[in-house]
Structures are given as structure tokens and as C-alpha cells.
Write a protein that binds this ligand. Structure first.
Ligand code: ATP
Length: 199
């Protein structure tokens, strides 16, 4: 039985916060590998245009290709339409019936997970690994963990990662010059962004 980490996201673009989060989960929880799963259409982010899925997947692929423990899964992109984590986990269960899933997320996602479709199905199929982020402190995260554990019997473990002040929103919205972009996203991804004039 393998311990498989699952990192879902829009990855518009993937950045060093995502990579740091995945690395922390991999080492702290001794996972066998991590699947990065870019969504097709993030239905909770309908208020803005999202970069084409092919570009987002390509950026992920370039960011992780040198790490044998990181793999790209295009299960959500192939499915098309709105992406729902509960559905993705059920599909991945068919591919990996013997294995244990660890869904990796940042504090903002843990705080909003009850707004996602069928959170109870997510909690059945995966242990949740959550990291602090931005101004969400540990006390707030502890409280949310307690609430979800009581309400859904969720299995939630907090990762001991120092907060990293980076987000895809900032990368999209702020004006960064080429060398600043290279500090926020992995090297090959940065080259891809600049060559394709994505942001
Ligand atoms: P956006 O700014 O567009 O909302 P994002 O930077 O939050 O994007 P997503 O692709 O939506 O990136 O995130 C995927 C997962 O990674 C989410 O669970 C999110 O909480 C987590 N994550 C992203 N950035 C960080 C960070 N700096 N620290 C911890 N977790 C993070």
C-alpha cells in the first residue's frame, strides 16, 4: 500500500508555495509520491478568467519534472467541465484501489472546504494535510480542524510549514519584472510564462 499525496489546484500559475507545501507533506508524512491535479474549471473561481488548462498543466509539468516523487495527473482536465474534488478522489480510487490518499491544502482551503461539493465524501476518501498560510494563524486552523473532525469525522493533520507569502493571484495581478517572476515560480515555469506572455 502506498501513501499518495494529492495536490489539487488551479495552478494559475504553480508557484514556490505549492512546491514547498508538497515537499513538506512528502517528507513530514513520508508519502511515496504526490499527484499534482490541475483543475479544468474551478467553479468556485467563476468571477475571473482562468488561463487555459493546457498552459496550466504545462507549467506544472515543467515545475515538477526533475522530482521523481512528483507526478502530474490530468484526470480533471480530461474530464472537462467543473472540477469537483470528491469526484476526482473517487476516480483516483479506481486507479489506486489499494492505496491511501492524503489531500494536501493550504489554510484558506481548509477554512472554505465546507462550501465545496460533498465535503463529507472528500473526508471519507482522504486524510487531509493542511498548512498555515498568510494571516491564518495556527489557533484558527486548530479550531477548524476540531470542528470538521467533530462534524464529519474528518481526519486532519496540520503540517509544520512556516507560512510563505506567495499566491497565484499576486503573480497574476502585480507587475513583476522577469527576475522577480523567477523568484516566485520554478525556473522552467518562469521561462514558459515569459515565452508565452501569460501574465
Ligand atoms: P489563487 O491566488 O489564484 O487563489 P493559490 O495561490 O491559492 O491561487 P491554488 O492553485 O488555488 O493557488 O492553490 C492550490 C492549493 O495550494 C490550495 O489548497 C492552496 O491553499 C494551497 N496554497 C497555495 N499557495 C500556498 C501558500 N503560499 N502556502 C500554503 N498553501 C498554499
Amino acid at each position: 500500500m502506498s501513501k499518495i499525496g494529492i495536490m489539487g489546484g488551479t495552478f494559475d500559475p504553480i508557484h514556490i508555495g505549492h512546491i514547498q507545501l508538497a515537499n513538506q507533506a512528502l517528507t513530514e508524512k513520508e508519502l511515496d509520491f504526490i499527484l499534482f491535479v490541475p483543475n479544468h474549471t474551478p467553479w468556485m473561481k467563476h468571477d475571473r478568467a482562468v488561463t487555459k488548462a493546457e498552459h496550466r498543466a504545462a507549467m506544472v509539468e515543467l515545475a515538477i519534472e526533475d522530482n521523481p516523487a512528483f507526478k502530474l495527473s490530468i484526470v480533471e482536465i480530461d474530464a472537462g467541465g467543473n472540477s469537483y474534488t470528491w469526484q476526482t478522489l473517487e476516480k483516483l480510487k479506481e486507479q489506486y484501489p489499494e492505496d491511501e490518499f492524503f489531500f494536501i491544502l493550504g489554510a484558506d482551503s481548509l477554512l472554505s472546504i465546507e462550501k465545496w461539493a460533498h465535503p463529507e465524501k472528500i473526508f471519507i476518501n482522504a486524510v487531509i494535510l493542511a498548512a498555515v498560510r498568510d494571516d491564518c494563524d495556527k489557533a484558527k486552523l486548530d479550531k477548524q480542524k476540531e470542528k470538521l473532525t467533530e462534524k464529519y469525522h474528518a481526519r486532519i493533520q496540520l503540517l509544520s510549514m512556516p507560512p510563505m507569502d506567495v499566491s497565484s493571484t499576486k503573480i497574476r495581478q502585480e507587475f513583476y519584472n522577469d527576475s522577480q517572476i523567477r523568484n516566485l515560480v520554478p525556473e522552467k515555469t518562469a521561462t514558459y510564462i515569459l515565452q508565452n506572455h501569460l501574465y
